[in-house]
Write a protein that binds this ligand. Structure first.
Ligand SMILES: [Zn+2]
Length: 353
C-alpha cells in the first residue's frame, strides 16, 4: 500500500496549529482488510511510514463480540491486549488509542483532528444544536471515556448510517472519505462554515506589559522549578486575566489534550497573592504542579514550552464558544479519569521524549 498520500495529509494538518497541537490527532487508511493507523506517541506533523501500525480489520471486528470487564482499568488492559494482538506480525508499535474507532468508520480514509474552531462547537453549551443547524450529515457524540467506550458509543449511534463527520463533545472531530481530496473538501467546508457562524474571533494582538514584573516572576519560577518559564500576554489573554471572574471561561479543561499538556487547570494568582506560596499549595493540593500560572492583570506563565500553545488554544475555544451558547468544560469526573488514565500518561511521556 502506498502510504504517501496519507503521510502527506497527516504532516500538513499535523503541522498546522489551527487543526491540531503537539502530538494530538491521528489518521488512517484501510485497504484489503488491513488498517494502517497512526501509532501512539508519534506527532502527526513529522510522521513517516514508521509512524503507522498495520492491523487486521477482521480481528479488530471480533473485539465487538467479546465481553470486557466493567472496571475501567481492567477493561482498558483487556482491550489494549486484544488490540495489540490485532497487529500484523512484525509490528512493534502501540496503535493509537482511537484505532478501534478508525477501524469502525466505513471509509477508506479517516482523519481525526482537534481544530480550535471545531472545539468552539464541541465545547459549547449549545454545541449539539449548532452542529445540527450547520451540518446535515454529522453525528454528535456526547462526552464519554475515550478508547473502547467511545468506539462502542459511536458504533451504537451510527447504526447503519455512515457519517462523514463525527463531532466528539469536548474532544474534536473525525472525518471520513473515499479519498484524500474528499477529506480536504470536508475539512474546508467544516472550517468555513463554522467561521461564518462566529459572532467574534479571538484578538491575539500584542499589548504593552510590565516587563520588570514579568522578569521578576519568571526568575522566581525558574529558580524554584528548575525549568524554562515563558510569558505570554495579548489583547485576549489580558481580558481573561483582568480578574478572577473574567478568568472563569479559561479556568478549566476543554479536552483531554489540554489536560495532558497544559495541566488540568491553570493556577490563578490574584493581585497581592503570594505567587510561590500559591504554586506550592497547588501542587500539594492536587498532587501535580501547575503548568500554566495566570497572574491577574498581567498574563500567563508557562512551565516549559508545551503548555503555552494549549492554553492559547483554550482561549481561542472559549472565544469561539461564545457564538454557540458559551463555554462548557469537561466534567470534573472525566477530568479526573483522564488525569489518571494510563494511556494519556503514556502519550505525554512518549511525546515528551
Ligand atoms: Zn483526539
Amino acid at each position: 500500500m502506498n502510504l504517501n498520500p496519507l503521510i502527506e495529509i497527516s504532516r500538513r494538518y499535523g503541522a498546522d496549529s489551527s487543526y491540531v497541537l503537539l502530538g494530538g490527532g491521528n489518521t488512517s487508511v484501510k485497504e484489503d482488510g488491513i488498517l494502517y493507523v497512526k501509532a501512539s506517541g508519534h506527532a502527526l506533523g513529522g510522521i513517516d511510514e514508521g509512524g503507522f501500525v498495520r492491523m487486521d480489520l477482521s480481528k479488530l471486528d471480533r473485539i465487538w463480540h467479546k465481553t470486557y470487564s466493567d472496571d475501567d482499568e481492567a477493561r482498558e488492559d483487556e482491550v489494549l491486549a486484544d488490540m495489540m494482538a490485532c497487529r500484523l506480525p512484525g509490528e512493534t508499535s502501540r496503535p493509537s488509542v482511537e484505532a478501534l474507532l478508525h477501524a469502525l468508520l466505513p471509509f477508506p480514509y479517516v482523519v481525526h483532528l482537534h481544530p480550535a474552531l471545531v472545539n468552539g462547537i464541541t465545547c459549547a453549551q449549545k454545541g449539539e444544536e449548532a452542529m445540527k443547524r450547520l451540518f446535515s450529515d454529522a453525528l454528535w457524540v456526547e462526552l464519554v471515556k475515550p478508547g473502547f467506550t467511545l468506539a462502542s458509543v459511536v458504533r451504537t449511534r451510527m447504526g447503519d448510517r455512515s457519517y462523514p463527520m463525527i463531532f466528539l463533545e469536548n474532544h474534536g472531530i473525525f472525518v471520513g472519505s473515499d479519498s484524500i481530496e474528499g477529506i480536504e473538501g470536508i475539512y474546508d467546508h467544516v472550517m468555513t462554515t463554522i467561521e461564518g457562524a462566529l459572532v467574534r474571533k479571538p484578538d491575539f494582538r500584542a499589548v504593552a506589559y510590565d516587563a520588570l514584573a514579568v522578569d521578576s516572576i519568571t526568575t522566581a519560577l525558574e529558580g524554584a522549578i528548575g525549568q524554562k518559564v515563558l510569558f505570554e500576554t495579548n489583547v485576549e489573554v489580558r481580558s481573561f486575566v483582568a480578574n478572577a471572574e473574567s478568568f472563569g471561561p479559561v479556568a478549566s479543561s476543554f479536552t483531554p489534550d489540554h489536560i495532558v499538556y497544559a495541566g488540568f487547570k491553570p493556577l490563578w494568582v490574584g493581585v497581592g497573592d503570594d505567587l510561590m506560596g500559591s504554586y506550592h499549595a497547588f501542587e500539594k493540593e492536587h498532587g501535580s504542579a501547575a503548568k500554566i500560572i495566570a497572574v491577574e492583570g498581567l498574563g500567563v506563565f508557562s512551565v516549559g514550552e508545551k503548555p503555552l500553545p494549549l492554553f492559547l488554544d483554550t482561549v481561542a475555544i472559549a472565544v469561539y464558544s461564545e457564538s454557540f451558547g458559551g463555554p462548557k468544560f469537561m466534567t470534573g469526573e472525566m477530568i479526573e479519569f483522564i488525569r489518571n488514565w494510563e494511556v494519556e500518561r503514556y502519550r505525554a511521556q512518549v511525546t515528551n521524549a
